[in-house]
Design a protein around this ligand. Structure first.
Ligand SMILES: *[C@@H]1O[C@H](CO)[C@@H](O)[C@H](O)[C@H]1NC(C)=O
Ligand SMILES: *[C@@H]1O[C@H](CO)[C@@H](O)[C@H](O)[C@H]1NC(C)=O
Ligand SMILES: *[C@@H]1O[C@H](CO)[C@@H](O)[C@H](O)[C@H]1NC(C)=O
Ligand SMILES: *[C@@H]1O[C@H](CO)[C@@H](O)[C@H](O)[C@H]1NC(C)=O
Ligand SMILES: *[C@@H]1O[C@H](CO)[C@@H](O)[C@H](O)[C@H]1NC(C)=O
Ligand SMILES: *[C@@H]1O[C@H](CO)[C@@H](O)[C@H](O)[C@H]1NC(C)=O
Ligand SMILES: *[C@@H]1O[C@H](CO)[C@@H](O)[C@H](O)[C@H]1NC(C)=O
Length: 450
């Protein structure tokens, strides 16, 4: 009996206790959760690669996780992981400094590239430690991602838009999805504000209009929503209606940045309507005053995969940015973030360490789920309580020191530019490339065995 009560005591001491009005409480809570997140980092482990998290987490999610860790560095003013983050962001840039590393050509889509581009623009906006002068700079990387993605804009199908995939050999090449296009829109909106270059606004408008035209996003009197995407085989006419929280977040914050930069009221209206649409991600559409965020499309059915279990992390990060860009959204966003922070913290009471975070934040205590996504979501919920304690995202004219180049990315190789231009006769070329990649993987495996 004494042993049992000891466990109860230990358990409660190890769980994450959070008082959102106390900075030191937030500090203690986020430190535990950030360390739990970094437990999944494989960079220094045997067989691991710098910048990558443990299997089964894909490359894209690492880009997402480094974005969360940049904000941990920024909001908590804690440089414990500064060098690790910097090294990871630089190691994965790929040969042409555009976040298309050859290693990832069997998995990388436009959306994946976008998540690393978002980490790069975020590093620029947070004035995160600049790389040495012979290395690519954060702004440059974000511009290279934007440019290489924009060059893939495809007017041949569905009158515009990016495909999901970059490479023809990956499945999903015939699908156009919201996240790839919303990613380009979002990065463009942030680049516009950071650099004061209106070309990015023109692009953002074009992408927004296209998303609206194909019904990947809808505008209503009060609510704007974002759906998943559609196949090019029927000209994008059958929209897959899943509503993922990160798409809503990318559109919401993209509109907010555009309003902040252009002060054009249309972007303010759109921001407010996407904000209203976020009730989709609460248990009862907010009707009972509960604004704890959930990944509605998969959580109810218990079918969230590893990717989906991280989506709320981006939504919350993007809500925090929105609150800075369009101050009139703050009352509503505070309600979401504060309730989610409190609810997420109480879910972080699982695992052998006693502070592993769960998935369902309205469940009392830990719900048995765990993973990189769960840690990221809880970390973002809690650290975003601190948005008002730190300066708003910088621009190049008020403190952001990162440098770039409007033409970044033009060094891209044949390999990365080629696939879109392939017609049927050229698939042999793609097959050869696939074989070459296969051969190098086998060669590497043999080398490792020897
Ligand atoms: C800084 O972060 C590390 C790693 O999360 C944590 O162990 C440490 O307690 C933090 N320091 C402060 C002052 O919050
Ligand atoms: C590519 O993969 C190999 C094998 O896993 C690894 O050793 C190397 O560091 C990777 N390179 C990059 C840039 O990720
Ligand atoms: C294909 O979809 C686009 C965008 O909705 C539309 O403008 C175009 O007219 C459609 N083309 C055909 C052949 O239906
Ligand atoms: C843009 O963002 C800044 C920083 O948060 C804020 O002070 C300013 O009021 C915003 N501008 C507009 C037009 O909302
Ligand atoms: C989360 O847990 C609560 C309490 O157990 C349950 O009522 C709710 O349906 C769960 N939410 C989802 C989306 O599964
Ligand atoms: C941004 O970083 C640069 C280089 O480290 C530094 O000189 C500058 O003061 C920083 N800006 C702000 C607002 O802290
Ligand atoms: C503005 O951005 C566009 C698109 O990336 C680029 O082509 C152009 O060079 C940039 N202009 C300046 C002045 O940097």
């Amino acid at each position: 009996m004494q042993l049992a009560s000891l466990f109860v005591l230990l358990g409660s001491a190890m769980a994450v206790d959070l008082d959102i009005s106390s900075h030191s409480s937030i500090q203690a809570a986020t430190a535990l959760i950030a360390d739990g997140l970094m437990d999944y980092y494989w960079g220094y482990k045997y067989g691991g690669t710098i910048g990558m998290f443990t299997s089964p987490y894909y490359w894209w999610e690492a880009g997402g996780a480094w974005g969360s860790m940049i904000d941990y560095w920024y909001f908590l003013q804690n440089n414990t992981y500064e060098e690790t983050i910097k090294e990871a962001l630089l190691y994965q840039t790929g040969e042409n400094w555009d976040y298309i590393p050859l290693n990832q050509s069997t998995t990388e889509g436009n959306d994946d590239q976008a998540f690393w581009g978002i980490a790069a623009i975020q590093a620029a906006e947070r004035n995160f430690t600049n790389p040495a002068s012979d290395q690519p700079q954060w702004l440059y990387l974000a511009q290279a991602v934007f440019n290489t993605m924009a060059w893939r804009w495809d007017t041949e199908h569905c009158a515009g838009g990016l495909r999901w995939q970059i490479f023809q050999w990956n499945s999903g090449y015939d699908y156009k999805n919201t996240v790839s296009n919303a990613g380009l829109f979002h990065i463009g909106a942030r680049l516009a504000r950071f650099t004061s270059n209106d070309t990015y606004v023109d692009w953002a408008e074009k992408i927004y209009d296209w998303l609206l035209g194909v019904d990947f996003i809808t505008e209503g009197d009060t609510y704007n929503f974002a759906y998943d995407g559609a196949s090019i085989n029927d000209n994008c006419s059958s929209v897959v209606k899943y509503q993922w929280s990160y798409n809503a977040g990318m559109m919401l914050s993209g509109c907010a940045y555009l309003y902040n930069y252009t002060e054009d009221d249309i972007w303010r209206q759109r921001t407010l309507k996407f904000l209203n649409g976020l009730v989709v991600y609460t248990p009862n559409s907010g009707q009972d005053g509960v604004y704890v965020l959930q990944e509605t499309a998969c959580m109810g059915s218990g079918s969230c995969n590893n990717d989906q279990r991280s989506f709320r992390a981006y939504l919350i990060r993007f809500m925090g940015l929105t609150a800075m860009m369009v101050p009139e959204t703050q009352d509503t966003i505070n309600k979401y973030i504060q309730q989610s922070a409190q609810a997420a913290a109480q879910s972080c009471s699982g695992g052998t360490d006693g502070h592993t975070c769960g998935l369902n934040w309205t469940h009392s205590g830990w719900d048995g789920y765990y993973g990189l996504g769960e840690q990221m979501c809880a970390l973002e919920a809690i650290q975003n309580v601190l948005i008002y304690d730190r300066p708003a995202p910088y621009t190049s004219s008020n403190g952001g020191s990162s440098t770039g180049d409007g033409a970044a990315g033009s060094e891209s190789t044949q390999l990365t530019d080629q696939p879109l231009k392939l017609d049927r006769g050229d698939t042999a070329g793609a097959a050869i490339i696939t074989v070459l990649i296969g051969v190098s993987i086998i060669a590497l495996a043999c080398w490792l065995l020897v």
